[in-house]
Design a protein around this ligand. Sequence first.
Ligand code: NAG
Ligand code: NAG
Ligand code: NAG
Ligand code: NAG
Ligand code: NAG
Length: 226
Amino acid sequence: MVAILLLFLTLPVAVFTKDVKCPEGFLHFKRTPTAKNNHTKNWCMKVSVYENVGNRDNARSVCLDDNATLTIPENREEYEAISAFIRKQNISEPHAIDGQMSQRCKLKIFRHELLRLKINTTAWPGDCNIKKKLFTFDDANTDTTFALTQFANNIPIGYGYNQHGGPKIFWMDECMKMTRTNDTEDRAGIKFVGLSWCMGVDGIDKSNIQFEGRLINSVLCGRHPL
Ligand SMILES: *[C@@H]1O[C@H](CO)[C@@H](O)[C@H](O)[C@H]1NC(C)=O
Ligand SMILES: *[C@@H]1O[C@H](CO)[C@@H](O)[C@H](O)[C@H]1NC(C)=O
Ligand SMILES: *[C@@H]1O[C@H](CO)[C@@H](O)[C@H](O)[C@H]1NC(C)=O
Ligand SMILES: *[C@@H]1O[C@H](CO)[C@@H](O)[C@H](O)[C@H]1NC(C)=O
Ligand SMILES: *[C@@H]1O[C@H](CO)[C@@H](O)[C@H](O)[C@H]1NC(C)=O
């Protein structure tokens, strides 16, 4: 009787103190579980090096190969730990991270451009406000609140249009990227989120210096522990 009671008392303890293990190549992060990160207590992240992950579907696929998704740092401690790892591994920046502009909001911005209306995504009412649903995310296990305060510039950043006699053909940088991981001086309060063109360098002349800024050769992937 006593033995059975003891078994019931010790079993849950054994389950909860079990070692959390990430797959090889992933860093382990403890998180505060909340409704905004799908109650995630442990999260594994990896910086995967692969060419042209500026192309969003390439980036997604590279993560998927490790049973992971695109992810982002949830707080400054995570950003700093990942940056330190990146410096140690000498991986060049920028890095593709989770987050892409909602297509409906992109259309709203194009329409404002066409009509020459003021664009201010920090002031806009409704879903296209930066604090609302201006961006959509693949990963449900990361609270995106912190990252959305880390843009170095107002959104939209890079955008414009081309016109060759017909309609104005609009374009915009809309995929989130992580920057400044290799800065070594005063890292306090670095704003590290930028935007890049979601097509990467597909179909363009890679030797053209103008497109060098579009080269992204690493992506931040995240998954649950093993
Ligand atoms: C949230 O976490 C639960 C438990 O791990 C999981 O079953 C569910 O699929 C997660 N939700 C999403 C949207 O990933
Ligand atoms: C991904 O998950 C599948 C199915 O569970 C498994 O067969 C495969 O080995 C996993 N791959 C990696 C890289 O973890
Ligand atoms: C680090 O990477 C840079 C740029 O890719 C390269 O020029 C440099 O030689 C590398 N340094 C080391 C120590 O590997
Ligand atoms: C990081 O910065 C150091 C010092 O400025 C530089 O030597 C190195 O090449 C940079 N590494 C990468 C991968 O850009
Ligand atoms: C956008 O709106 C915010 C909040 O109202 C304001 O502080 C900011 O100056 C505006 N930015 C521009 C470029 O007008």
